[in-house]
Design a binder for this molecule. Sequence first.
Ligand SMILES: [Zn+2]
Ligand SMILES: [Zn+2]
Length: 188
Amino acid sequence: MRSITTFHLQYAHRFYGFKGEAQYLHGHTGTMTIEVEDSINTGVNMVFPCNEIKKTAWSVLKNFDHALILRKDDPLLPAILDVYDKQGIKNGALQNTMIGTAFKTELAEAFPKCRLVVTKETMTVEGMIKLTYDLLKDKLNIAKITFVSGDNTASEEFEICDTVDRCPCCGIALDENGICPKCGYRKK
Ligand SMILES: [Zn+2]
Ligand SMILES: [Zn+2]
């Protein structure tokens, strides 16, 4: 069975080099749905607590919210960084408090201090799904990701290989020693 969580992301981007309106900078509220699949954990009668999926996924997805997402070869990138630099907000601002965990992968690098994500490929809905799966695949048993943004929607299903050992009291994943990091339950 699956536990399903939905997120809303507000971001600005453009498709650099694309022949269409999307080559101009514009914004969206995107909706992402992450489906986590596993057996039913009989102790709590759920696959995985949705608020825990939310916490885990949001720590990285926060980087895309109220952020600018640009491809690394887009000439807007140095231009914008130059403006932020001159304005003194490139390395953070007092008002920038909803800061996600910075990451750097093959596909993207997040600069939460100036609310920017630099991507290898154009950030289409398909690109966002690839990126998200890559960032979260080791943390959650993701079976499917759907991303809706404007008139564009994409989804992809992923192979689930293992079942995760979860706490029978609060439902979250046990650590490598079989101990629940939340309530201290110890697997016998
Ligand atoms: Zn767009
Ligand atoms: Zn627990």
